[in-house]
Design a protein around this ligand. Structure first.
Ligand code: GRF
Length: 189
């Protein structure tokens, strides 16, 4: 991306924000094609919001009591700030079809399983209950079906003897922090 302007990006979160933090660090590197200009949360007390203050990034809390008005507000701020790319990072709301259409192939998500296995929540608990040999993480484009868009990159994580959901989640999140930047580079290169 040398010589080119970085793409104005919004990261959408609902909680801890470790992927947000990781993406902020990545976005500051020379090789990053994205610039994080906005962080959106549907929860005003999302822990990840602390990273906006430290890094002087604009934050916006969207009230999701009503999904239609929430998405209207979201679109408004995205337009206002000329956002061209969206990274979902632990965002717990499902975006509507009409919203996704407006950002076709411009919204990506990270998911803590080796998709198409274990879409949805509690992925590690379910993988362990099924005696899987591995789980993993996946970065994919967002389409109208939950965790089902085209896969950009994924990484397997081995499940060892005596693995617990906590130990497995720890291994997966570590891989997520490598995978998300790598997938973003892949999208833009
Ligand atoms: C990650 O495991 C991500 O894959 C999933 O939600 C979790 C968010 O973690 N979509 P964090 O808020 O980025 O720490």
């Amino acid at each position: 991306m040398t010589g080119l302007k970085k793409v104005k990006t919004a990261v959408l979160i609902s909680g801890r924000g470790s992927n947000l933090y990781n993406l902020i660090k990545f976005s500051k590197t020379k090789k990053s094609p994205i610039l994080i200009d906005l962080v959106v949360s549907d929860k005003k007390d999302a822990m990840g919001l602390k990273y906006t203050r430290k890094n002087k990034i604009k934050k916006k809390i969207i009230d999701y009591k009503n999904k239609k008005t929430a998405e209207k507000d979201l679109l408004l701020i995205l337009k206002k700030r000329k956002i061209k790319f969206i990274c979902l990072a632990g965002f717990m709301k499902i975006l509507s079809n009409s919203f996704i259409k407006k950002f076709k192939k411009k919204i990506i998500n990270i998911h803590p399983s080796f998709l198409p296995k274990y879409k949805g929540l509690n992925t590690s608990v379910r993988a362990l209950n099924n005696n899987e040999k591995f789980s993993g993480c996946t970065v994919h484009y967002v389409n109208s079906k939950l965790d089902s868009g085209k896969i950009i990159m994924q990484k397997k994580v081995k499940i060892v003897k005596n693995e617990t959901p906590i130990s497995l989640d720890k291994k997966i999140i570590k891989e997520e922090h490598k995978l998300y930047p790598a997938a973003i580079l892949k999208v833009f290169n």
